[in-house]
Write a protein that binds this ligand. Structure first.
Ligand code: ASP
Length: 312
């Protein structure tokens, strides 16, 4: 049977047109532009309402994408998700952790310039995404951008203006094909979770961290230095010791290639308690999506902590 793709169009620069306030998504525009590009693999097209600048994406839209893939899974060879580039890497990670037993390609793409622009990267990115989605050998979630395919849970937007805006800093950009299984596709739904991020910088005011812990958060992500190091400060020790024992504290390095290992330096030893879990080598987007997926599955923080440890 000839391949057939389902395109899920969520918004982003790719289908934007100029307005007095700046670029904004235009209903129906991208679908018309696609008709001018031939030949393309056979496809159906679903436009989300409203089309969003991806800065406004939330777990609600992730669930809508997941539901569409689940509902139409049997009818298509693969799926292309068209998305704004700003939060594209969060969505690709959310799809990676939200689709269980995925045996078909799900390819996320977008572009840095609108499709109507002469210099636009839209056509190249769409063609790469569609040819990947039409090939069952690429089963799994990937991101197609600037001639490259990145693993869905290991990609970041690392340039805000160049056409090759994405990279896979945490490890070599190798696509992992989903393991073969006869189990049917299942999806995890996302919920909003109270999560806070504290970013260390020289001279950071720890009273800000203290006040974060007073609010009802389930997860605290500490963006630490290097291999997961923090200032050797009594105040920090005291703040961490007095944190609610149920709180999930995640040690996530500020380095693009994180490799957290707190056994190297004394300055990492503050974060070696049972309560602190290592973000390992996960990039920030994947780490966030994995935590959101796990906290959406269970209200038991101890379970979430154990699951997170087993997956990093
Ligand atoms: N602000 C846009 C978005 O993320 C940027 C883009 O698509 O390139 O929707």
């Amino acid at each position: 049977m000839a391949p057939k793709i389902l395109i899920l169009y969520t918004g982003g620069t790719i289908g934007m047109c100029p307005t007095p306030e700046g670029l904004a998504p235009a209903t129906g525009y991208l679908e018309k532009q696609l008709l001018k590009l031939s030949p393309l693999p056979d496809y159906d097209f679903i436009e989300f309402t409203p089309l969003l600048d991806s800065s406004s994406m939330s777990p609600m839209q992730w669930n809508e994408i997941l539901k569409n893939i689940f509902d139409h899974y049997e009818s298509y060879t693969g799926f292309v998700v068209i998305h704004g580039t700003d939060t594209l890497a969060y969505t690709s990670a959310a799809l990676h952790y939200g689709l269980n037993q995925l045996q078909k390609p799900v390819v996320v793409t977008g572009s840095m310039l609108p499709i109507g622009n002469d210099q636009s990267d839209a056509e190249d990115n769409l063609r790469l995404a569609m040819s990947t989605a039409a090939n069952w050998q690429y089963a799994g979630v990937s991101v197609a951008f600037s001639g490259q395919l990145f693993p869905g849970n290991n990609v970041s937007k690392t340039d805000s203006s160049a056409l090759d805006a994405f990279s896979s800093p945490a490890q070599e950009a190798v696509l992992k094909v989903s393991p073969d299984t006869s189990l049917p596709l299942a999806i995890n739904r996302y919920k909003d979770t109270d999560m806070a991020v504290f970013y260390f910088f020289p001279g950071a005011d720890l009273s800000v961290l203290r006040s974060m812990l007073k609010s009802e958060i389930r997860v605290l992500i500490l963006k630490t230095y290097g291999a997961g190091n923090v200032p050797e400060s009594e105040e920090l020790r005291e703040i961490l010791v007095s944190a609610d024992s149920e709180l999930i504290i995640v040690n996530s390095s500020q380095c693009l290639n994180p490799n957290v290992d707190t056994s190297i330096y004394a300055s990492g030893s503050l974060l070696t308690s049972e309560q602190v879990v290592s973000g390992g080598n996960l990039c920030h987007e994947a780490l966030t999506a994995l935590l959101l997926m796990l906290t959406s599955q269970s209200s038991d923080n101890l379970w979430v902590r154990e699951q997170f440890k087993s997956r990093t």
